[in-house]
Ligand binder design. Sequence first.
Ligand code: 2BA
Length: 109
Amino acid sequence: MKLIVAIVQNQDSKRLADEFVENGIRATKLSSTGGFLRSGNTTFLLGVEDRKVDEVLELIKENCSTRSQTMMSPPSYDFTLESDLTYPVDVEVGGATLFVLPIDQFLQF
Ligand code: 2BA
């Protein structure tokens, strides 16, 4: 059995959660925040049988899109008047960031 940790954009999370239910895939949805953009994203935890891992990864791939997101640049530490300004920068955010880990034990009491 594997633990899949999937970080996805909020815009994709509802559709993906619906797909998990329709396909009988159990998941836990957590509200999370990206360390770089400091904006909300969604993290799914999924305990998955080894034989179903590829199917789940494919489902995530199909339902998550790459998008460009605008963030304000950090202010400069050069204390001249112009360089103290922030300006919008486009950042490409991937469809999903995934970690697949082995599970030692799966227990439910
Ligand atoms: P954020 O940390 O908010 O990052 C959003 C996007 O900003 C990233 O998209 C990447 O394109 C860019 N980015 C992140 N750190 C950067 C840096 N130091 N310099 C320049 N650009 C940077 P993704 O790579 O698709 O990541 C989407 C979200 O997945 C991340 O949101 C974070 O929540 C998570 N993530 C990505 N890699 C991770 C990792 N190695 N460990 C834990 N979480 C990760």
